[in-house]
Ligand binder design. Structure first.
Ligand code: IMP
Length: 172
């Protein structure tokens, strides 16, 4: 086990407090959760916010499973439902690994002229980062291991366990 459910709980509280403080003046914060991995983090974070907010979801998948493909290419599978122009937008990600996904989403949403655009990620693996992206609200920095639980999966498994665990290579 890498991060216990109790430690996640405490950290999500702290992140929510920091976000509440930063957006104290907002009319409506738009949380954009990145499916599927962020759905549990999003639910816990959103329920702890006091500032007015609404939730949106966006789904992406990364290419790269096929060797000939560009490993950094990201494909949009499902867009947000409502326009974010002029809004305070916070992207809620489960984990930043290479950084390709977050960098793609920042470009995609920035082009829609939100009032502000920031990022929140529960986990970051700095050793794997290829594209540097600013994470405004970060839960935990972790080593270069595959993690599961609290929304994160391996081939759709282990997503709903309450803590975050390292999945050793022999179990993949
Ligand atoms: P990036 O584009 O390489 O930063 O990858 C981001 C996505 O890869 C995340 O949203 C996850 O879906 C997935 N991912 C990266 N590392 C892990 C991991 O250790 N466990 C589960 N999913 C991961």
């Amino acid at each position: 086990m890498l991060i216990s459910a109790a430690d996640i709980d405490r950290r999500v509280d702290e992140l929510a407090a920091a976000i509440d403080e930063a957006y104290a003046e907002t009319e409506m914060l738009v949380l954009v959760g990145v499916l599927k991995g962020s759905f549990i983090f999003m639910a816990d974070l959103a329920r702890r916010l006091s500032v007015p907010h609404r939730v949106e979801f966006i789904a992406v998948s990364s290419y790269g499973a096929i060797e000939s493909e560009d490993p950094g290419a990201v494909r949009l599978l499902m867009d947000v439902r409502h326009d974010v122009a002029g809004q305070d937008v916070l992207i809620v990600e489960d984990i930043v690994d290479t950084g390709h996904t977050l960098s793609y989403l920042l470009r995609l949403l920035a082009a829609r002229t939100p009032r502000t655009l920031r990022t929140c990620a529960l986990l970051h693996k700095p050793d794997r980062t290829v594209t540097d992206v600013a994470i405004d609200y970060l839960g935990f920095t972790i080593p270069d291991v595959w993690v599961v639980g609290y929304g994160l999966d391996f081939a759709e498994r282990h997503r709903t366990r309450p803590d975050i665990c390292e999945l050793p290579p022999e179990l993949r």
